[in-house]
Design a protein around this ligand. Sequence first.
Ligand SMILES: [Fe+2]
Length: 357
Amino acid sequence: MLHAPVTPRTIPQGWSGTDLAADSSWRLPLTIAHISELEKALANAKSKVSKYADLTKSDFPLGRSLAGLVDRIRTELTVGRGVVLLSGFPVRRFSEGDLCLCYWGLCIHLGTCVSQDGQAALLAKVEERGIKQATLTRAYGTRRVHALHVDLSDVIGLLCVRQASSNPISSFASAIAVYNEFAFKHPEWLPRLQEGFHWDRYGEQAAWEAPTSSHPIPVFERRDGRFSSRFNRNWIKAAAVRRNSPLTDSENAMLDFFEATAQRYAFTFELAEGDAYFANNLCALHGRAGYEEDTGESLGRGRLLLRSWINLPELRPSPDRSAVHYGLIDYGNLGWTAGELAVGKNLSAGHQRVFCE
Ligand SMILES: [Fe+2]
């Protein structure tokens, strides 16, 4: 149980938007040395594999500068602000295939990359796909607003390949700052939030798996002295409908308060072409505004981001397996490594995972 506010002044992850704006430690511009090493690693990778999913760390060897950068990203995610923004990724220098190799190569050095949708995509393309507004549609294939939320992996990575001319504002928010506001203004709601809510699986589970998480996912939790948070209102709302268990007025009020507080303490920014961010999903929320594109942009040249889901177990408090707190991602075609997908582990009920009910 959480008993007291996490003190923002002593917890780097407990920032406000103003704090983040005044701190450049989490902004990491790529240097000429980084880009030169990227090109060398890419050349080596292309001599070994044709598909990014087949890439191993040794196929994409990092020079000293890039290795230092990856270490720095990991440190910032683990004990720093929980968010990192790279800039100057040379997206126009590479073909889309080479770009996937470069980005994937960096990500596999950072942690364990896993599949992130019902098609077992390892690198998801975040772009408009003409999907009509629907209750149970993953938002990243649409131009609609993405309210502040977390994804299912330990870390989300996004690389901006092309930005829309109407560049939608992106946001980060600290879940610790949100928790502190609850502790000061609505401590009576914390027990319910710590109990958590079921999350919907948006129909992406396997036939033998339940359509919602089998256990409630805590909004706030402290285990082994470490704070963590999980919040995605769309998935909470969808699970309540599917389970025919409507949220009460009080529950909606606390979720409204969470969203309003996250927005109030958010850091907002324009994600530019060649920017790449990483966010620790256990302490930092991300989101963006909705956007429009003109006709030219919509013809296959519109806004495009590459997204990775990366697991970094060192970010987590020790998991309570009985509560399935960290089995969120392990269902259907989600949560598989490239190696597991290559041997078809996702296709067989015989490989059903420990965390699946
Ligand atoms: Fe997301």
